[in-house]
Design a protein around this ligand. Structure first.
Ligand code: FAD
Ligand code: SF4
Length: 401
């Protein structure tokens, strides 16, 4: 690959200086776009300045989600969904490593020349360090979530300068919205997008506060996940697993821990990726796959023989639990640990499962976020909240103010 000059309009544009206030101000999710000359497009591209999911769905998938189809309202445009896990999981991956495996296969088989992903900094296992990976080793070194805001798009300038024409980007919803908006300016022959769902992300300082408030041994946590059994599972350096029930979280202390961007986000399911790999619509222990278009199917086909799969299922009724959680969150109710554990056991037995668990999580976060935007950015509410999210929120009774 020969190094190439960026296009003239990009040569004129300059990345934001470190420490400057970003265009989206406190709503900035640090997606990385403004760390590049693509800041030129920020007014149109930023997910927090110009919510345009329906328009971008049309350009990415050929159609926007059908608001008369309940599954599309919740999970976005898709051709199929399934539960899957790797027969031979990658040790140290967030789940079984489906994301890293797809990226490695794409590079191996020459479908792409590079992969945008995020490793950690040498001094901090949770400190994000986005890279443009060109080898399988570099992709594998990016496995596992960095549960913090991560400027994945900050490496986009390197793509154009390197002369790469076929690229895979791995990222969360806000990063992918900005990417889709500038995709046509990148001079690529083919862009593949592999997304994960994302919710409740935090700054690095916010993460520290979360770990210190919630785990018994914050300094040894190597990995954590909000699991489908209504508990947070912290994995520690020695391999032990600490489980903390959601209902025992110190809501009052943690209310201000989430980034304002994430409290204003309605793209939990990464609507614009070709293929989404998460866990919340799958039974406990399995990953959840959403194939949005033919490109996504092509990506999944590369690894199908390495996977065990089963159809998605849905059980239970989330609605009463979501409605009850709204005033509880508002009041910052924290149960004593014994009661939280009991509640966790009960809800695990009778609570929502599979896709209904995913709906439970989407409803709880969208109602909370709708109230957050209404209270803090009332002038943005109408345009910023997508139609599908308004439909979801309208099922619940929210406090007037
Ligand atoms: P791995 O093979 O371990 O690969 C993980 C990939 O994620 C790597 O390629 C890495 O580049 C990328 N990555 C890591 N951190 C970030 C980051 N901060 N920003 C962008 N990319 C990153 N799934 C759900 O179903 N529900 C959720 O609520 C949910 N919340 C999430 C919150 C965050 C912040 C993240 C990053 C992911 C979340 N996911 C959620 C996705 C889920 O946790 C797994 O990442 C996904 O199932 C893939 O697992 P894996 O073993 O295949 O990934
Ligand atoms: Fe720029 Fe991304 Fe922040 Fe928006 S969210 S201001 S595009 S860095």
């Amino acid at each position: 690959m020969t190094a190439v000059q960026p296009s003239p309009k990009h040569q004129k544009s300059k990345a934001l200086k470190p420490g400057s206030r970003p265009p989206a101000k406190e709503l900035c999710s640090e997606c990385g776009l403004c760390d590049t000359y693509y800041i030129h497009y920020v007014k149109e591209a930023c997910a927090f300045l110009n919510q345009q999911i329906a328009t971008l769905e049309e350009s990415a998938h050929g159609l926007s989600r059908n608001l008369d189809n309940p599954d599309e309202v919740y999970f976005g445009v898709h051709q199929q969904m399934m539960a899957a896990r790797k027969q031979d999981p990658i040790p140290g991956a967030q789940w079984t490593g489906i994301v890293s495996t797809i990226a490695c296969e794409m590079l191996d088989r020459g479908l792409v020349e590079g992969v945008v992903c995020v490793q950690n900094t040498p001094e901090d296992r949770f400190g994000p360090m986005p890279i443009l990976a060109r080898t399988k080793e570099e992709i594998l070194a990016a496995k596992v979530n960095k549960p913090t805001l991560s400027p994945n798009l900050s490496v986009l300038e390197q793509v154009e300068k390197s002369g790469m024409k076929r690229l895979l980007v791995i990222g969360v919803g806000c990063q992918i919205q900005a990417l889709r908006a500038v995709q046509k300016e990148m001079g690529l022959e083919k862009l593949y997008v592999l997304g994960t769902p994302c919710v409740d992300n935090v700054s690095r300082e916010g993460l520290q506060k979360f770990l210190e408030t919630t785990s018994k041994s914050p300094e040894t946590v190597v990995h954590y996940e909000f699991m489908q059994d209504f508990r947070i599972h912290f994995k520690h350096e020695d391999g032990s697993i600490e489980k903390v029930p959601f209902f025992g979280l110190n809501t009052k202390e943690l209310k201000d821990v989430f980034a304002p961007s994430c409290l204003s986000c309605f793209d939990y399911v990464n609507s614009l990726a070709d293929l989404v790999v998460g866990y919340m619509g799958a039974p406990y222990g399995w990953q959840w796959i959403v194939v949005r278009n033919q490109t996504g199917q092509e990506m999944l086909d590369l690894v199908t023989e390495q996977l065990e799969t089963q159809p998605v299922m849905s059980r239970g009724d989330r609605r009463a639990a979501v409605q009850q959680s709204i005033p509880a969150y508002e009041k910052g109710v924290t149960l004593p640990m014994w009661a939280a554990k009991l509640m966790g056991v009960a809800i695990e037995r009778i609570g929502p499962k599979g896709l209904e668990y995913a709906r439970f999580s989407i409803d709880s976060h969208f109602t909370r976020n709708y109230l957050y935007v209404k209270r803090n950015y009332p002038e943005k509410l109408e345009a910023h909240v997508p139609e599908f999210a308004k439909q979801i929120v309208s099922q619940y009774q929210l406090p007037e103010s």
